[in-house]
Design a protein around this ligand. Sequence first.
Ligand SMILES: [Zn+2]
Length: 143
Amino acid sequence: MESDAYMRSPQDQELINAARPFVRKMILSRHDFDAGGVASAIRTVSGNIYTGVCIHLTCGIGFCAEHAAAAEMIKHGETQIESIVAVSKDWILSPCGRCREFLLQIDSRNANAHVILPKGRKMLLRELMPMHWLTDHSWKPEW
Ligand SMILES: [Zn+2]
């Protein structure tokens, strides 16, 4: 799926456009605690779009924008992602490893979710998580 020649589809642009208005960084209780620096949008297989923003705190209790968008999706009774993107003010961001794992554990069919990436790339989540323990059963004993 990865290709330097990837041309952004109108559907991908729509998803990016859904996330961008929510990028508005807010300082919280301390100058280094903030929210909204990254926003994410998910399109589910049924065509609905859900959004979320990050909350950066300390002690590992904050969460990424993808995490918040997935919570919004689940709030509406859906789990299967068709495509996802995360954006900051000027950039498209690749999902962190925790979010990749998070999305796969929500629904293993999300291995086939399209992830819109920086530099005009787009890959399937399973390409970003090769040999995943939920979807790759090659770990079964051979003896
Ligand atoms: Zn993340």
